[in-house]
Design a binder for this molecule. Structure first.
Ligand SMILES: NC(=O)c1ccc[n+]([C@@H]2O[C@H](COP(=O)([O-])OP(=O)(O)OC[C@H]3O[C@@H](n4cnc5c(N)ncnc54)[C@H](O)[C@@H]3O)[C@@H](O)[C@H]2O)c1
Length: 270
């Protein structure tokens, strides 16, 4: 972990009142929206990202709105970073009740079985799959110390349906997240620790829009989405909030799909 910045304010009431949440990939996209929503719902938030400035900006925004946050710099693919970030979050916030393993990458040169280079495969697996494992490995004991809690792991709709994109390493990594989520859900169910996967559809975030860099490419994708639009990071944050909160107290081991109907579709409307 390269740096740490602690900022504090007061926590309010809300659906996560009194809880502390560890959010990775918090500097942008889903993670950023979720960190802000969790804080608005009363959670103390550890905003964790490899982008130190971005994490600090989110933490500052939480504090400016009257919440409590700590910004932590960590590469989720580096176990020592994750271990240090969990320890720093617990130290700063006093407890952890929610771990949102959300950081992920989609590399431009990820391709099919022939074209994907081994280094692309390895980096994708390191961040998207091993990063989630490290988050669980160090986050679950912290939840246990708080008497239980909720883990939410960000997978993807590509863990559920094939895509002729292709992005083999990304897809395989997200399938791994889903399988790991189920197993951890079963292992920890009787400790009061729930583990669920969030499966977003295609979103209007930097991750996908930088890849779909022409209107033609975007329209080609939207053909497959019954709602006919990309999802918003804020719509994923709303789902993450449900999974993080006690409202989902009987929900564990699920693939919580938020995809505009994509995985339900065969023929979409004209
Ligand atoms: N955008 C989509 O269409 C889409 C669809 C399905 C699933 N997802 C998944 O949602 C998650 C969030 O995606 P997003 O769209 O918000 O992406 P994003 O690129 O907008 O944000 C990702 C954040 O993760 C951080 N990050 C990247 N690598 C990291 C690392 N090694 N350690 C710590 N932080 C790191 C980035 O700095 C960034 O702040 C990812 O796991 C992604 O695979 C996205």
């Amino acid at each position: 972990m390269a740096s740490e910045e602690t900022v504090t304010g007061t926590t309010g009431a809300g659906r996560l009142a009194g809880k502390a949440a560890f959010v990775t990939g918090a500097a942008a996209g889903i993670g950023r929206e979720t960190a802000l929503l969790f804080a608005a719902e009363g959670a103390m938030v550890a905003a964790v990202d490899v982008d130190a400035d971005g994490a600090a900006a989110v933490a500052d925004e939480v504090v400016a709105a009257g919440g409590q946050a700590v910004a932590l710099t960590a590469d989720v693919a580096v176990e020592a970073d994750v271990a240090a970030a969990v320890a720093a979050a617990e130290e700063a916030l006093g407890r952890l009740d929610v771990v949102f393993n959300n950081a992920g990458i989609m590399l431009a040169d990820d391709g099919d079985a022939q074209s994907t280079e081994e280094d692309v495969w390895d980096r994708t697996m390191d961040v998207n799959l091993k990063g989630v494992w490290f988050g669980c490995r160090h986050g679950i004991p912290a939840l246990r110390r708080s008497g239980g809690g909720s883990v939410v792991n960000t997978a993807s709709f590509v863990a559920l349906v094939g895509a002729a994109t292709p992005q083999l390493a990304y897809t395989a990594s997200k399938g791994g997240v889903l399988a790991m989520t189920r197993e951890l859900a079963v292992v920890h169910a009787r400790e009061g620790i729930r583990v669920n996967a969030l499966c977003p559809g295609p979103l209007r975030t930097e991750l996908l829009m930088s890849y779909l860099d022409t209107e033609e490419k975007r329209q080609r994708r939207l053909v497959h989405v019954p709602m006919g639009r990309f999802g918003e990071a804020s719509e994923m944050a709303a789902a993450a909030l449900f999974l993080a909160s006690d409202e989902s107290s009987y929900v564990t081991g699920t693939e919580f799909t938020v995809d505009g109907g994509l995985t339900a579709a065969y023929v979409t409307p004209e």
